[in-house]
Design a protein around this ligand. Structure first.
Ligand code: CAA
Length: 258
């Protein structure tokens, strides 16, 4: 792959968007490579947590590739938007947990990519924003949908209508990021968080993700029913047997998988 570095170490996978000369901007080729990596992760049940970051010190992802978009007609732009939406949805719906380690600019498609992850850890140097209206376009990789769901409608509208770029502290204040770290400790902290999640029941974590993600797209009663199904399903897993046996035996659980 030309634009992505993908590494697996035990239960942890790391994806690095690697176009530093273009501040890791997402062109079609990079989106397609990302889709291939996501499918590989989906088919590898050894992987439990994924960290997604950008290469270099300056950017996570500075947006969709403006040079490529500049020449697009309406039909091509719609297809490009659909491609980004599809890739980000498959990332969001992975059975594994995905942590964004936002090491710099996360603008436009970059902010949208981080929002398709389960959690966002930011470096003190990270900057977030949806600057699209300044380019005469709207956010196109589901930012109009994920941002209001994360930070509320009023704040999302303010960010999108003004194209303001906010720093990590402000992103933390409005609930867009979970934690902020110094740049040199960001990846270690992301790995620490990943290993904490890896040490828990892998089926339980994955089922909890499914309950949250799918439940939020349902009416409340259906979501409660879905949660009850998921909760019941846990009792058919080795995770539940081992987790509860370990508690009763007063020892640390040793989860091996479903
Ligand atoms: N697309 C293509 N190339 C990009 C890019 C992008 N989104 N962002 C940066 N680059 C390129 C620059 O063109 C530049 O390339 P050259 O060296 O060949 O000129 C290189 O990366 C370095 O960028 P700058 O010289 O601009 O670096 P800077 O430090 O002065 O500024 C920045 C950094 C503020 C992030 C600035 O690059 C910038 O504003 N980038 C665009 C951000 C943006 O508008 N993103 C949204 C895109 S639209 C979108 O994402 C739509 C969607 O939802 C699908």
């Amino acid at each position: 792959m030309d634009n992505i570095v993908f590494q697996v170490d035990g239960h942890l996978a790391e994806i690095t968007i690697n176009r530093p000369k273009a501040l890791n901007a997402l062109n079609s080729a990079t989106l397609k490579e990302l889709q291939v990596v996501i499918e590989e992760i989906a088919n590898n049940s050894e992987i439990r947590v994924v960290i997604l970051t950008g290469s270099g010190k300056k950017a996570f992802v500075a947006g969709a590739d403006i040079t490529e978009m500049k020449e697009m007609n309406a039909i091509e732009a719609r297809a490009f938007g659909r491609l980004g939406q599809k890739v980000f949805s498959s990332l969001e719906n992975l059975p594994q947990v995905v942590i964004a380690a936002v090491n710099g600019f996360a603008l436009g498609g970059g902010c949208e990519l981080s929002m398709a992850c389960d959690m966002r850890l930011a470096s003190t140097k990270a900057k977030f924003g949806q600057p699209e209206v300044g380019l005469g376009i709207t956010p196109g990789f589901a930012g109009t949908q994920r941002l209001p769901r994360l930070v509320g409608k009023g704040r999302a509208k303010e960010l999108i209508y003004t194209a303001d770029v906010i720093d990590a502290q402000e992103a933390y204040r409005i609930g867009l990021v979970n934690k902020i770290y110094e740049p040199e400790e960001l990846l270690d902290k992301a790995r620490e968080l990943a290993h904490k999640i890896i040490s828990k029941g892998p089926c339980a974590v994955s089922l909890a993700k499914s309950a949250i993600n799918n439940g939020l797209n349902m009416d409340t009663e259906s979501a409660f029913n879905y949660e009850a199904e998921i909760f019941g399903l846990c009792f058919a897993t080795k995770d539940q047997k081992e987790g509860m046996a370990a508690f009763v035996d007063k020892r640390k659980a040793d989860f091996k998988g479903c």
